[in-house]
Design a protein around this ligand. Structure first.
Ligand SMILES: NC(=O)c1ccc[n+]([C@@H]2O[C@H](COP(=O)([O-])OP(=O)(O)OC[C@H]3O[C@@H](n4cnc5c(N)ncnc54)[C@H](OP(=O)(O)O)[C@@H]3O)[C@@H](O)[C@H]2O)c1
Length: 249
């Protein structure tokens, strides 16, 4: 359980779902973790469950100043960063006829601008040989009604990750993306849809997955641990689907 012993990890979107499960697993594996979240209360509630060497950060990662504060918080607490996991994201739903400029801005600000800004601030503070991870999504490979802007944002993030892989190669920093399928997390309650619609959506997703179920946040966390660790030392520039086979058949 010492896979990440003494490694310093910064995780965005760490007060909930995939980010929280990953923070927990990284701590269990000896990492020092900076958990970044937007809602202070949720962050406190989340960190109350954790043990290990961690620091909390409250801020909006789509804001430039907050990213500067985030990276300063990390370096003040632990020095240089080894693992940067850009995981924060939002998934409000709107069919093409209902998309507004505000919807577009919200989704692209959080899902694309934010990770780009965080990477920019973090890179000078990262150790050579480090690891950068993104949470993308299989939605950019399929066409799910209502997820137009969200899918486009995750496709944009995947493209950014490819360029970054090349730009940091001389420093030995590996850049990889995890594309989850449907994963049971609070994100479905934040989509702006009535409960019964979310339930129907969930049933449809679960039926479409070859393994016949939603994934668990812990299953994404296990993939993040693998990709961040030396076990994945020659894996670089990929996007790994963790989706029970949904994107493949
Ligand atoms: N669950 C799925 O089925 C699924 C599938 C594919 C991809 N994903 C991706 O997985 C990632 C994690 O989502 P999740 O499913 O674990 O959902 P979640 O539990 O809702 O987690 C999303 C996290 O992002 C944070 N966040 C959102 N906007 C932020 C901002 N502007 N600044 C800082 N933090 C912000 C949230 O904090 P607050 O709650 O405090 O706002 C929360 O911690 C997202 O990128 C999502 O797109 C999820």
């Amino acid at each position: 359980m010492n896979t990440l012993k003494n490694k310093v990890a910064v995780i965005t979107g760490a007060n909930s779902g995939i980010g929280l499960a990953t923070a927990k697993l990284f701590l269990e594996n000896g990492a020092k973790v900076v958990l970044a979240g937007r809602r202070a209360e949720a962050l406190t509630e989340a960190t109350n469950q954790l043990t290990g060497d961690f620091t909390s950060f409250v801020g909006d990662v789509s804001n430039e100043e907050d990213n500067i504060r985030l990276i300063k918080t990390a370096t003040d607490a632990y020095g240089k960063i080894d693992i940067l996991y850009l995981n924060a994201g939002v998934a409000p739903v709107a069919p093409a006829t209902d998309i507004t400029a505000a919807h577009y801005t919200e989704v692209f600000d959080v899902n694309v601008k934010a990770p780009i800004l965080t990477v920019k601030e973090a890179l000078p503070q990262m150790n050579d040989g480090g690891s950068i991870l993104f949470t993308t999504s299989i939605v950019s490979q399929k066409g799910f009604d209502g997820f137009g802007v969200y899918s486009a944002s995750k496709g944009a993030l995947r493209s950014f990750a490819r360029v970054l892989t090349s730009e940091v190669k001389t420093r030995g920093i590996r850049v990889n993306s995890i594309a989850p399928g449907p994963i049971e997390t609070p994100i479905y309650g934040k989509m702006g849809l009535p409960g019964e619609v979310v339930e129907e959506l969930g049933k449809g997703f679960a039926q479409a997955v070859p393994l016949g179920r939603f994934g668990k946040a812990e299953e994404i966390a296990a993939t993040a641990l693998f990709l961040a660790s030396d076990a994945a030392s020659f894996i670089n520039g990929v996007e790994i689907e963790v989706d029970g086979g949904l994107s493949q058949i």
